[in-house]
Design a protein around this ligand. Sequence first.
Ligand SMILES: [Ca+2]
Ligand SMILES: [Ca+2]
Length: 214
Amino acid sequence: MDLKLINSLPIVSRPRKGLLEKIERSAPQLSEKEQELIKATFKTFDIDNAGSIQLDELKILLLNLNIKVDDEILEDYLTKFYEVQRSQVENIDLTQLFDFVLLILKNQSNLFRKLYNGEKNDQVKLAEIVENTHNDIKAIFNAYDLNQNGFIEYEELRELLIDLGHDTLYIDQANSEEAFEDHVQETWFEFDTNQDGYISFEEFIPIHTALIDI
Ligand SMILES: [Ca+2]
Ligand SMILES: [Ca+2]
């Protein structure tokens, strides 16, 4: 693409921050499905029915929940957990385990949490995920790559923005149906940086920072 063409492209501002800030982060809580799963897994580890399991079993237990956490990251979570518990416990009961899993899940973006809870579709494989942010973004990317061609197209981006609640937000704010469509278009032009009609994974990463993980 030559410079002249680039200069003739519309200058698109970032989505207005003030509006985005109005999208409330829902208070993270474990869904019933998550609680049931954790409870069942906890029971299989609590062999003597003591109502608690040893912390050194935690990593394997988490793996059973399809939550893959690096040793180093697990240490960080444990440190945080001890701070909340105000002691360095050796055993963990079910309530504490709920808190611990929630602590991990809280570090995921809201959209990711929706996907995790199967609200969107089953394309997100839990095991791929909690490991790190990159996988988290990849999982969201894959979930919205509805036709699975390795790119996000216009309609797929629109779908993502709807799931983020931007349709209601923009329509209410401007009291016009078109406001949301304008927003989709602006977002599209801003993030399809090489203007090839597709948003690649590399182009998608800034979307995550700007829109999703807020
Ligand atoms: Ca696609
Ligand atoms: Ca592109």
